[in-house]
Design a protein. Structure first.
Length: 641
């Protein structure tokens, strides 16, 4: 039930549901706030619609604004705190529901193993009200095409809602100098483009490692090291003499270092904040009173330095919160100048851009699912291939899930092939369908790819049939999740894991004056850890040299759907520098933001339930201006498929 709710938490769902009852919205920011409320209060989408309807009807409100939504949030919070559900009754209801669901799944399982009688094979249902799409008919008639709907499902009925969508190709978000921009690749797309993982082949993540065999001591060492290293950075930056133990009673103001955590299994709030110190500061936990802080933004797993009073040793009344400052000077910092407290630099290639790189680089970014939730005809993926052939981008960055574990027909196993075979057909269709364009293709897996390892960090896909064809394999890069890519001297930080959604449900803030997305992204670019492996080949760090890095997933404990391997996390889930572009797809609303000099893009998902979603296109051009950094991201657009 929780996964179904997550899939429905989007602005389009609330807008369509509430407009039926004559409730409109002042602007898109109100819709975003409703989605944020749904996530933060852990309320199911259908229940949130009911609450909004009840609130609007009792006050005769026909248009929701920011002001009355704040009042609604206050009443909803008060109602949730007041209510005490009957656990026995709820448990009985859930048990009955689970029994019914299990019986239905059992019937579906028996049906999938049964052999149909001769001549009983049903054709796809087509009526004047639900006609068969021309594309699906052409695919059924062309057995040579890999994405034939009949290959994926016994009934190849296309998604009616997707085919009847409006605003195709509409630009819904822009960034940079978009006016007059020609959204097309070079004359010969992909030619001369240098694309590789920033990590060397010997350092990149492979699938041969053993996961889920972690020792608690090793996990603790990783978390402790993060606290100590970031604490040392903050101590040096703010000239702090020493940190006091968090649980030691003191009559004077003290400065303590620790990791933010929650006092229970519930969601973090202003009354449940604990600060857990590292071993050097006693390793104890203390409750934190945030009432004297005028401004803060906290999430579980965040390493902070606090100043305040702790007269009893049991509660710290915080009066000051230290954070890593992020002010870049005009002079570029090279990695050899990294010191504690100095922000991590951007990538500074030593080679001048060649003649081919002088032309802008066009990059297309899309994130799955690539099929609507009510059909496995993969019409959105076919449309995306058409877009690639039309715009001819130089690089296509495609993130999973390709075979979505949350898809209705995948969950019920209503497919005629193995999941791996479906995935292979998707990849081969993309590779062969864009052969005439010649663009570079980068495939990044997702935790929701049902045929792949669902562990974080996640190894890259394995495509043995593709590696045998040298011509096709030269165009394809298989990257892990997360990864840092280098395209013509421009760095791309990429992760398919929905860190925005996960941290958005846990982060609390007060008086920051910034939007939630910017705060979360800034946390990703500030929270550091340490790694000792060599990552920048241009600078050739020795393996023994300590290198501070950002984390692609600073949240601890992670979301329930994320299976974390902390040993590999320490080595392969870090940003060794501040990327020029950060790609963070999410279930939340698409956006493009400049955060501390890094252009952060949420391209959205190619499909949102039964309707079409969005993809992004970026124009990249590296400047050769000396002594001053100019963002290579010239323009970005988020476009509806």
């Amino acid at each position: 039930m929780q996964s179904e709710t997550m899939a429905l938490v989007n602005t389009d769902f609330f807008k369509s549901e509430l407009e039926v009852f004559g409730i409109t919205f002042q602007d898109d920011s109100v819709l975003d706030k409703v989605v944020e409320l749904c996530i933060c209060t852990r309320t199911q989408a259908e229940d949130m619609v009911s609450e909004l309807m009840a609130y609007s009807s009792t006050r005769s409100i026909s248009k929701l604004t920011t002001e009355n939504l704040e009042q609604f949030e206050h009443e909803l919070s008060h109602k949730k705190n007041k209510s005490k559900p009957s656990y026995k009754k709820e448990e009985g209801h859930n048990r009955t529901r689970d029994i019914i669901k299990a019986e239905e799944e059992e019937d579906d399982l028996f049906d999938s193993y049964s052999t149909p009688a001769k001549g009983s094979q049903k054709r796809a249902l087509t009526t004047p009200e639900h006609p068969q799409s021309k594309r699906s008919a052409a695919l059924l008639a062309s057995p040579g095409l890999l994405l034939s709907p009949a290959s994926f499902s016994p009934s190849a009925t296309p998604s009616q809602k997707y085919n009847q969508r409006g605003a195709k190709g509409e630009v819904v978000a822009t960034f940079g100098a978009v006016q007059g921009t020609r959204w097309a690749g070079r004359k010969d797309p992909g030619a001369g483009v240098q694309l590789e993982l920033l990590e060397g082949p010997e350092d990149s993540l492979r699938c041969s490692y053993k996961f889920m065999f972690q020792r608690l001591r090793d996990i603790r060492n990783v978390l402790t090291e993060k606290i100590e290293e970031l604490g040392e950075s903050l101590r040096s930056q703010f000239s702090i003499e020493e940190f006091s133990p968090v649980s030691l009673p003191a009559q004077d103001r003290i400065t303590v270092l620790g990791q933010v955590c929650c006092d229970s299994n519930g969601k973090l709030n202003a009354q449940s904040v604990l600060l857990e110190a590292g071993p050097e500061q006693g390793g104890q936990q203390v409750s934190v009173d945030l009432s004297e802080l005028k401004e803060y933004s906290l999430f579980p797993g965040q390493v902070v330095v606090m100043e305040g009073m702790n007269t009893t040793g049991k509660k710290l009344v915080a009066s000051k919160l230290y954070e890593v400052s992020y002010h870049f000077s005009d002079i570029l910092i090279t990695p050899f100048e990294i010191e504690a407290g100095v922000p991590l630099p951007f990538y500074t290639p030593t080679m001048e851009p060649d003649e081919a790189a002088a032309e802008p680089l066009n990059v297309l970014v899309a994130c799955g699912p690539y099929a609507p939730s009510d059909s496995l005809t993969f019409d959105p993926l076919l449309d995306l291939i058409s877009v690639i052939n039309r715009d001819r981008p130089d690089v296509c960055l495609l993130l999973g899930p390709f075979v979505d574990s949350k898809h209705e027909q995948i969950e019920k196993a209503k497919v005629t092939e193995t999941f791996g075979a479906i995935f292979s057909r998707c990849i081969e269709s993309i590779v062969d369908g864009t052969k005439s364009v010649g663009c570079h293709l980068v495939f990044v897996p997702s935790q929701r790819d049902i045929h792949h390892h669902f562990i974080y960090p996640q190894p890259p896909f394995i495509l043995p049939h593709l590696s045998k064809d040298q011509v096709r394999s030269d165009r394809v890069t298989l990257a892990p999740d997360p990864c840092t890519l280098l395209m013509d001297g421009v760095t791309f930080g990429v992760t398919s894991t929905d860190i925005l959604f996960h941290m958005g449900a846990e982060e609390i803030s007060c008086g920051t004056g910034s939007d939630r997305f910017s705060r979360i992204l800034k946390h990703m670019l500030i929270q550091r850890s340490r790694t000792v492996r060599s990552v920048l080949r241009e600078y050739r760090f020795n393996d023994s040299r300590v290198l501070l890095t950002h984390s692609y997933y600073p949240l601890y404990p992670p979301a329930e759907e994320v299976n974390m391997d902390y040993e590999k996390f320490q080595s392969f889930a870090q940003m060794p520098l501040t990327p020029d572009v950060l790609i963070t797809p999410s279930e939340l609303r698409y956006f493009v933001k400049d955060v501390v000099g890094c252009v952060c893009v949420n391209p959205g998902r190619l499909t949102k339930g039964q309707v079409g979603g969005t993809y992004s296109r970026l124009l990249i051009q590296r400047s050769s201006e000396e002594g001053k950094r100019v963002s290579p991201c010239v323009a970005v657009q988020v476009v509806k498929i």
